[in-house]
Structure formats: structure tokens, C-alpha cells
Design a protein around this ligand. Structure first.
Ligand code: AMP
Length: 213
């Protein structure tokens, strides 16, 4: 199964992709995670990407094409993948088409995770990662016991550098301008599925599975 996940930052693409990856053994390909790994590795490219990401802007289409074409050529992606965070521009969508044409494997679906703006803001400003377990939490939505379990075990609730309010506003603007038009791009082709992504992780996952079944 080859799926593109569309949706604003905070719409839950990563969370849902990870669940599907675990269930169906299809790799989640998150360009955001790949870029963060390059930043953490401290490569020259990572340093350049960091300032773009910290401001909530997009890394160039050319660089993203290089990253994604290498990743999709890896053996674990040969039977399918869940693209999380790519494509983000019309050019990237066209590049993806060309790439998939070359390997003769068309997309099965583009799935839009649809959420209200207000909820997005809370999801993003409240998002934290437990430094001990790597678990994704949210100060507004996670049960207090789960938040306490992290801090009481000596962990910290860490916030992504691009999850502060000013950068979040920019990321949402960039999404509206550059990525949202892709909803129509895939709708016109007849392979767009829309999932109401407002609800608990399990509720949304059930809708997601139904959409791709
Ligand atoms: P994400 O974790 O998907 O929200 O991505 C974090 C950041 O990585 C974005 O705000 C961009 O700066 C960068 N990024 C991730 N995917 C892409 C992409 N497909 N094109 C350009 N920049 C990207």
C-alpha cells in the first residue's frame, strides 16, 4: 500500500502513520523525522536545514526530492510506504509522480487528516516528548498520570523548537499557502480520502483504516 498523508502540522499524521506502520508493517516515511535526524547528526546540511525548520519554513524542493528518492529506493519501501510530510508543495507532488512512474508503482491514496484550526493550535502548543521514553504527550490532552509518570521518573517534557506559538503560526500559514492546494490536486485525480481527525487517537485510527480499506 502506497499512501500520502496530507494535513496541517498537528493534524496527527505522524501518530496515525506510526500506528499503521506497526499494524501493517509498512514503513512510515517522515521527512520531518529524517531532517531532524540530519540536524541531530550535526552534518553541514543538517545545520542549514535547522535554521529553515526553526523558522517554520520549507526546505527546498530540490533537496527534498534527493532525500525522498533515496529513501523510497530502500528495500523496506518496495512493498509500500506511508508518506508523512511529503509532498508539501505542488512541485514535490509532481516530483513524486515522476518518481513513482519510474518505479512503476502508483499511489493508492492521498489521505487528508482534517482538523479545526483551534484544535491544531492546542495540539501543537501543547505537544511534548518525554525525554526518557520518547513518548509523545500533550499538556492539554494527555491524562495527568501519563504526564506525571514521565516527570516523576526523572524525565523532562520536552518541546520541539518549532512548536512555539510564533513559529507555529508561520508553519500553519506555509501549510495554507503551499500544501493545502494539494488537497485539490489529489481530489481531481479521484484518489483523495478525507478523515475527520478530531477525536481520540483510536477513534481517528478507526476512521483512517476505514478510509484506506
Ligand atoms: P514535520 O515534522 O513534518 O512538521 O516537519 C518539520 C519541518 O521539516 C517543516 O516545518 C519543514 O521545515 C521541514 N520539512 C519536512 N518535510 C518537508 C518537505 N516535504 N518539504 C520541505 N520541508 C519539509
Amino acid at each position: 500500500m502506497r499512501i500520502v498523508l496530507l494535513g496541517a502540522p498537528g493534524s496527527g499524521k505522524g501518530t496515525q502513520a506510526k500506528k499503521l506502520e506497526a499494524d501493517r508493517n509498512i514503513p512510515q516515511v517522515s521527512t520531518g523525522d529524517m531532517l531532524r535526524a540530519a540536524v541531530a547528526a550535526g552534518t553541514r546540511f543538517g545545520l542549514q536545514a535547522k535554521s529553515i525548520m526553526d523558522a517554520g519554513n520549507l526546505v527546498s524542493d530540490e533537496i527534498m526530492l534527493g532525500i525522498i528518492s533515496e529513501r523510497l529506493a530502500e528495500p523496506d519501501a518496495s512493498d509500500g510506504f506511508i508518506l508523512d510530510g511529503f509532498p508539501r508543495t505542488r512541485q514535490q507532488a509532481l516530483d513524486l509522480d515522476e518518481l513513482l512512474d519510474q518505479i512503476g508503482t502508483p499511489l493508492d491514496a492521498a489521505v487528508l487528516m482534517d482538523v479545526d484550526f483551534e484544535i491544531l493550535m492546542k495540539r501543537l502548543t501543547g505537544r511534548r516528548t518525554c525525554s526518557l521514553t520518547g513518548k509523545l504527550l500533550n499538556i492539554y490532552f494527555s491524562p495527568q498520570e501519563e504526564l506525571d509518570a514521565c516527570t516523576e521518573a526523572g524525565g523532562e517534557l520536552q518541546q520541539r523548537e518549532d512548536d512555539n506559538e510564533e513559529v507555529i503560526r508561520n508553519r500553519l500559514d506555509v501549510y495554507r499557502e503551499q500544501t493545502e492546494p494539494l488537497v485539490n490536486f489529489y481530489r481531481k485525480r479521484g484518489n483523495l480520502k478525507t478523515v475527520d481527525a478530531d477525536g481520540t487517537i483510536d477513534e481517528v485510527y478507526a476512521r483512517f483504516l476505514q478510509a484506506i480499506s
